[in-house]
Structures are given as C-alpha cells and as structure tokens.
Design a binder for this molecule. Sequence first.
Ligand SMILES: [Zn+2]
Ligand SMILES: [Zn+2]
Length: 241
Amino acid sequence: MKYLLDSHTHTIASGHAYCTVLEMARAAADRGLELLCITDHAPAMEGTTCRDYFANLGVIDRELFGVQIRMGVELNLLDTEGTVDLDEPLLRRTDMAIVSLHTKCIPTGGTAEGYTNGLLQAMKNPYVNIIGHPDDGRYPLDYPTLVRAAADAGVLLEVNNSSLTPGGFRVNGPLHCAEMLRECKKQGVPVVVGSDAHFVSYVGNHQYADALFQELNFPEELVMNRDSAAFLAFLKARRAR
Ligand SMILES: [Zn+2]
Ligand SMILES: [Zn+2]
C-alpha cells in the first residue's frame, strides 16, 4: 500500500521540533506525499507557540512544492470532561485538529473509564478530527467504546508511527495499538497513520504502522492514507456538522 499523506507532524513552532514549514513540505514532496498536515502543539504544552500562531494560519500557502498543506493543531486533552486548550475562534482558523493526551497536560494514574470519557466528550467538539496516539499505557482506554464512538462521531483514530518505533517513549504503544486495530477491524472503522515527525527525516515514515497492519491482516480500505481526497472529504464532513 502506498501512503500518500501524513496526518501528524511538528515544526519549530512546537518548541521541541527542529524544522520549518518549508523544510517539512520539501521533505513531503521528496517522499512523494500528496498531502501534509502540520499539527503543532496547542498552548498548554510547555514551550510551544502562542495563540496568535493559530490565529494567523491563513497566511500560509496550502500548496507547497506540489504538496497540499493543511495547517492544524495537536490539542491537549486537559481533563476527563473533554476540555481542550484552544477555543472556538482559534479552532476555526485551523484546517484540522488532533486531540491527544500528554503527561505535561493531564495526570497519569487515572482509570480507563475516565480517559475514555474525556476523549468521548472531546469528540463532541466539532473541530476535533483525529484522536492522537490512543496507545499509551499510561492512559488506559476502553477500546470497544472508543472505536464505536469515533465511528459515530466521524472522528479518525490515529496509528502513530512514533509510538510503534522501537525504544519509543510511550508505554507499550505497539501492544495497545494492536488492541485498538483489532477492534477497528471487527467494527469496520477507519484509521489514519501519522508519523508524528519532529524532524524532516521522519516525515512520511509509516513503516512500523505498515508492519503492524500486515501482522494483523488489517483491511487496506480502512487506512485513510491511501486516498488523500477521501481523507479531505472526511475532514470536511466533520466540520460541516
Ligand atoms: Zn502527541
Ligand atoms: Zn505530535
């Protein structure tokens, strides 16, 4: 399967990533991607960019080096009630939004019921398009419930290639991701692969996700990266609700 889009990448704006929008777009073009989503961390992440960065996203060309560009955000889930760290006027300026759990922004040690409820509530936010790395053992999740809710809401679950990389810092990423994928396969629910690149060399790196799909015999038609037009339609349908 050819992966034509990368749904999750960071630039220097995130504070702990090292390349510019132009450098990331160039790398995407070099790797033959049709579409690149740039999703810098929202303001609750220590060291990331300011609110005005998101307010001004309109100035960026949405095609660079022949690659379609979508300027998004990686929101932080702040509590088990679904609160995120950008409000509606700024979310409206973004093309898409991922919501993720990060240790700097939400405590670990809670229950699967609590974290799952947080994500279910966040899915009610019409600007949320993707649940980022729902695979971290520090944040247990109820996968049958999460997968069903994502399908109902028109939200995509992410297969995060960084979580699957050997030596990755999330806890038991491959184990939890496989559990989620088995449930997606059972329920016929699509996923999207994001590299979560913080440097140009990782843009479009989907190799560990691809290996896991093969191991699980995961249906190709449930992987959104094979069709960027379908992915864009998915984003649009969600925001039109
Ligand atoms: Zn993240
Ligand atoms: Zn990220």
